[in-house]
Design a protein around this ligand. Structure first.
Ligand code: C2E
Ligand code: MG
Ligand code: MG
Ligand code: MG
Length: 277
């Protein structure tokens, strides 16, 4: 009897795995056509200076799937990276973000996330140059967000890529700092314009002395190198005031504004909301 049940459980387990695999295959397939069907769109999340001035918006991609509804990037970017459709998505995001930013009524910066695959591509600088030219966006208004992982793979190559990007006049931010390898050598080696402290450290500020110690150390280190620090994922006034007190330069998170579509009214509302603080 027990044996029988056991087999049943295995069969159930196997069919659940089958289902998962089929789901994934279907997503991979749909993803291949998502760009040309116009199913991707960008939301923008504000980044502000500690004095409350709106500085920039980070572009965050979403997929409006015709049947499953809105799928967040954490779910489909990894699939795109493994199934080879990431390049087309990356191209679209970069072009769309530049094009939209060029039409904003304030000349704010736009931050665009770069996938590992995109950073490794031979012609990233050419791709960026084309996006700037076709959109008319000033290079100084574009910031690319890269993660630690792309830097350690091949340091000398990453350095060349960074230099060719910097030569275009764009900015480069190190995203999710503290979650990857956090090697101090690349802070020295790479010309970074901004370090973004990962939101996992911000999340426990005010509760954990340890995260405070880490945040303080990252800010001190970055400032020692002359690089401004942005804290991401700020959700509470407590987190905000600790970060201001610790000398953090810039802020991003639900407390300031959630990612959303950019109506003109929102651009100015966000700019004035925290101006008093
Ligand atoms: P990320 O670049 O670190 O972006 C921050 C993520 O944290 C975003 O999630 C944002 O919505 C979320 N977030 C912002 N403030 C808060 C907050 O106060 N609390 C909480 N709980 N979350 C907050 P999202 O949009 O789901 O994006 C997840 C990740 O997907 C991004 O992390 C980025 O690595 C990747 N991603 C997003 N858009 C793109 C894209 O266009 N291209 C590529 N290659 N990757 C992208
Ligand atoms: Mg980012
Ligand atoms: Mg981040
Ligand atoms: Mg993050």
């Amino acid at each position: 009897r027990a044996k029988h049940e056991g087999r049943g459980a295995i069969r159930l387990f196997t069919s659940a795995m089958d289902q998962q695999l089929r789901d994934r295959r279907a997503l991979e397939h749909d993803l291949r056509n998502a760009v040309e069907r116009g199913e991707l769109y960008l939301e923008y999340q504000p980044q502000q200076h500690r004095d409350g001035t709106l500085m920039a918006y980070e572009a965050l991609v979403r997929w409006r799937h015709p049947v499953r509804g809105i799928i967040p990037p954490g779910e489909f970017i990894p699939i795109a990276e493994q199934s080879g459709s990431i390049a087309e998505i990356d191209d679209w995001v970069l072009m769309e973000a530049c094009r939209e930013a060029a039409s904003w009524d304030q000349p704010l910066r736009v931050a665009v996330n770069v996938s590992a695959a995109q950073f490794r591509r031979e012609n990233l600088d050419g791709q960026v140059r084309r996006a700037l030219r076709d959109s008319g966006l000033a290079a100084a208004r574009l910031e690319l967000e890269i993660t630690e992982g792309v830097l350690i793979e091949d340091m000398s190559r990453a350095k060349r890529t960074m230099q060719s990007l910097k030569a275009l006049g764009i900015l480069i931010a190190l995203d999710d700092f503290g979650t990857g390898y956090s090697s101090l050598s690349y802070l020295e080696a790479f010309p970074l314009d901004r370090i973004k402290i990962d939101r996992s450290f911000v999340a426990s500020l005010g509760q954990s002395e340890r995260s405070l110690a880490i945040v303080r150390a990252v800010i001190g280190l970055a400032h020692g190198l002359g690089v401004p620090v942005l804290a991401e994922g700020i959700e509470t006034e407590t987190q905000m005031s600790v970060l201001v007190q610790e000398g953090c330069d810039e802020m991003q998170g639900y407390l300031i504004g959630r990612p959303g579509s950019l109506a003109r009214s929102r651009q100015s509302k966000n700019a004035s909301r925290r101006a008093a603080s």
